[in-house]
Write a protein that binds this ligand. Sequence first.
Ligand code: ATP
Ligand code: MG
Length: 739
Amino acid sequence: MDNPAHPSRRTWQHGGVTAATHSSLFPQVPETADAVLSGLDPEQREVATSLHGPVCVLAGAGTGKTRAITHRIAYGVRAGILQPASVLAVTFTNRAAGEMRGRLRQLGAGGVQARTFHSAALRQLQYFWPKAVGGELPRLLERKVQLVAESAARCRIRLDRNELRDVTGEIEWAKVTQTVPADYPAAVAKSHRDAPRDPAEIGQVYAMYEQLKRDRSAMDFEDVLLLTVGILQDRHDIADQVRRQYQHFVVDEYQDVSPLQQRLLELWLGDRDSLCVVGDASQTIYSFTGATPDHLLDFRTRHPDATVVKLVRDYRSTPQVVHLANGLLAQARGRAAEHRLELVSQRDAGPEPAYAEYADEPSEAEGTARRIRELIDAGVPAGEIAVLYRVNAQSEVYEQALADAGVPYQLRGAERFFERAEVREAGVALRGAARAGSNDSLLDDAEGLASQVRAVLSTKGWTTEPPAGSGSVRDRWESLAALVRLAEDFARVRPAASLADLVAELDERAAAQHAPTVQGVTLASLHSAKGLEWDAVFLVGLTEGMMPITYAKTDEQVEEERRLLYVGVTRARVHLCLSWALSRSPGGRASRRPSRFLSGLRPGSAAPGRRSAGAAGGVERGGGRRRRRGPVLCRVCGKTLTDAGEMKLMRCEDCPSDMDEGLYERLREWRSGQARELGQPAYCVFTDKTLMAIAEAVPGSEGELASISGVGGRKLDRFGADVLAICAGEELETVEDGD
Ligand code: ATP
Ligand code: MG
């Protein structure tokens, strides 16, 4: 689950957020409250105009739930019915909260708070802690696993990596269900949970974990909610103060609310009823953490006077994508499934979803990258494409493949952009430069502002080319590059703007948490893709064991996996590609099978219950164009390579390199020129690993060059002659510097 934002201000209410400030970078703000309603269908309008009493919106993916509640808040504010400061909108991730603030700002209701449960609670906790408890607020633990491992060791209980993950999950579940360590074993028995170890042992580890945490004056994410709930329960004066501030509550993705979040919501609400919840039970994907769609499905029972609205028109996806989504849900079982809503697409027809089977994972990644390249060449912006996978560890091979295909990508979402350390540091530096001000000679430049920003940020680590590889250095660079792009856009729209104007714009955006849009293909886990949408979505790694994931054992767990796939499918507006690989590494045994959830849906597969009959007719077999290759062996020690980076190098990372350093440098220099000319990051020409492999192999012919991983047909056509010439020691004409 997403981390809460760390509020930078001392106040928990409103601190400095200016209402409805619109910058020229944003589209036109609707002129009247009624204008806010145009662009909503009749049911959405009913949601937007039902401003009194409890409201519940039950609707499927892409039907405009988030849009309806955003417009509802904006309409209420613009019509003067809701005070912006009295509204608290709660969404599921920081990214979603940031997006909602952006949308509210565009609708002229920028002063409204949109937060996650965690960040809203943390803000209140920081503000009220001195009064309620006194002393320092405990330090927030970013991750539990380490402390859980230490607790287990102290209890002399050995946990392997998987058990550690599962036991950590159990502790989280116990906390959100407000179960104390001593009650854990009984709670497990009562809820028929399948505990990963003896519940008594887990109870012991949990107790030790709580003890260590207290001793070290730390708190975890659940504590943020538990402590806030505790304070609001015990201190009526504080609860009253919070209730005076917030009078209207809106909750998005309500199907995934945990019992603890629900308790907090009730405390915020008190005996009032201005609560609007929206959700889709078929998208419940966090029940493993204790969340349950029951609160959504039973809303009418708890609030008999509630206005209940259903939306069925799907505005997001084509009929082809919607057909697959409906088909997936038709096979679902359980309570959420009983409440499923058949979606009806409002869009024109588009391409059929594509299915692709590959021999191995690197081929799947390469094939995916190739299709992405084709889409980009056909005009789909890279930022409108996503690759979604089940677990984060799957990203690496896609990072490599996209880099090889010359496709820019971004690994993390736009959440918390202005709170990243590098962005804050950059802000300080820009502010300093703005104060130093007018004596900067760069201002005379045609592109004064943008180059000034580039100059300042280069002191913070920004370079024209991204650093090699992924990881934190790369993340830092991506943030700075996003700021540079933001400055360039700003300078384009406001040619006369100064650095001080830009700093003011950044402040305003930071206050509204409106991160700049990131260019490049998104690589994200299915869980983190919730609520988002792209023109083209690639659902990769859809094999048994990944989807459903191996550790989904009970029927309920398998159903949750199916819903997760449903969430993935419904992220696509037009293009959808589902793929899987039959083995992990090249030359490995083809022991994997496509996900059972696709049975009966992908062409040529048998309906669920019957075993699919061999090769799937109609399913494109990807990787056919790829050279058949056996396992890749290290050319120094002969070991079989499985790591994507090492396979690219064709040797183990720590085996000695026989690289010609001079050649490598010449290749890098040539690459910089190409990158500049193409206006693309250098890794889009060749990655460092590929250049290294070239400098080690020193290919003398096209055939030899083509056998190096990362040198596909396109790159061979484009760069082959240059690279071979450099390898042969020829001097190339230097590329004119475009800047
Ligand atoms: P999810 O369940 O995935 O969170 P959602 O129900 O919240 O989906 P939104 O994200 O609000 O759906 O809307 C999906 C897409 O449809 C968005 O691009 C939105 O702008 C568009 N949309 C929603 N309602 C309308 C409408 N009445 N007219 C045109 N476009 C609409
Ligand atoms: Mg939504």
